[in-house]
Design a protein around this ligand. Structure first.
Ligand code: ADP
Ligand code: MG
Length: 230
C-alpha cells in the first residue's frame, strides 16, 4: 500500500500564559492510500490537535518532526501550495458541521470549489459545478433539501451537507473530527454508513473519535496516550 499521509514524531505545545502545555510529544501515524484509520484517545489527549496538524490547519512546534503528504513535507510548502493542500488535497468534517447559515445546502456544498476561482472561470463553470454539487448531495441523501438553509435541517442532514462540502473538490483524504459526536446513535450510524460507502469507493479517511463503537467502523485504530501514538 502506498503511504499517503504521515506524521513523523510531531510535537505540539500550547502556551497558556507562561506555562507550556505539551500535548503531542512525538506522535507518529501513517495512513496508506485507501485506508480508513480511527484516532482514539481520552478527551484532551490531543486527537483534534493531531488531525489539525495532518490537515495543515495548525503549525507544529519548531522542533517537531514533519507531516508528509505523498512524501512531501507540509512545512516546506509555500503559501499557495499550502492553500491548495487545505482546499483541494484534504477535506474536513467537524463535529459541529460549521455550515454557513445564510447559504443554501447547494451553496454550502459548492463553496470550497469557488475558492480561488476567477470571476471568468466561475461564470463558465458555474452550471457544471452546480450539477456536480447537486449529484454529490444526492449521493449523501439530500436531493430533497438543495434549496434549504442549515437551520431548517436536522443534525444528521447538516452533517451530510458538511460531508458533501468536504468532497466537492475530490480530496485525496477526508479528515473527520468526531463526525458523529453531536448525533444520536441511529443518526450517527447513518453518517458512518455514508462514510463507509465513500471509503469503499476508494476514499482515504482519518477519523477522530472517543467512541469505541464509532472507531470500530474503521479498518484500523491508533490510540493517543501521553502525547504519543501507541
Ligand atoms: N488552542 C489551544 N490553546 C491552548 N490549549 C489547547 C488549545 N487547543 C487544545 N488545547 C489543549 O490541548 C489538549 C488537547 O486538545 P485536543 O487536541 O482538542 O484533544 P482531544 O481532541 O483529544 O479532546 C487539551 O488539554 C486542550 O485543552
Ligand atoms: Mg477533539
Amino acid at each position: 500500500m502506498n503511504m499517503l499521509l504521515e506524521a513523523d514524531h510531531v510535537k505540539k505545545t500550547y502556551r497558556l500564559g507562561r506555562v507550556d502545555v505539551p500535548v503531542l510529544r512525538g506522535a507518529s501515524i501513517t495512513v496508506g492510500e485507501g485506508e480508513w484509520v480511527a484516532i482514539v484517545g481520552s478527551s484532551g489527549s490531543g486527537k483534534s490537535t493531531l488531525l489539525h496538524l495532518l490537515g495543515g490547519l495548525d503549525r507544529a512546534d519548531a522542533d517537531s518532526g514533519p507531516v508528509r503528504f505523498g512524501g512531501e513535507e507540509l512545512n516546506r510548502f509555500g503559501a499557495r501550495r499550502e492553500n491548495r493542500y487545505r482546499n483541494r488535497d484534504v477535506g474536513f468534517v467537524f463535529q459541529f458541521y460549521h455550515l454557513l447559515p445564510e447559504l443554501t445546502v447547494l451553496e454550502n456544498a459548492m463553496l470550497p470549489a469557488l475558492v480561488g476561482l476567477s470571476r471568468l472561470r466561475w461564470i463558465s463553470e458555474r452550471s457544471a459545478l452546480r450539477k456536480r454539487a447537486a449529484e454529490l448531495l444526492e449521493t449523501c441523501g439530500l436531493s430533497h433539501r438543495l434549496g434549504h438553509r442549515p437551520a431548517e435541517l436536522s443534525g444528521g442532514e447538516r452533517q451530510r451537507v458538511a460531508i458533501a462540502r468536504a468532497l466537492i473538490n475530490r480530496p485525496r483524504v477526508l479528515l473527520a473530527d468526531e463526525p458523529t459526536g453531536n448525533l444520536d446513535i441511529h443518526t450517527g450510524g447513518g453518517i458512518l454508513d455514508l462514510l463507509a460507502e465513500r471509503h469503499a469507493a476508494g476514499l482515504t479517511m482519518v477519523m477522530v473519535t472517543h467512541d469505541a463503537a464509532v472507531a470500530a467502523r474503521a479498518q484500523r485504530q491508533v490510540r493517543i496516550v501521553d502525547g504519543r501514538v501507541q
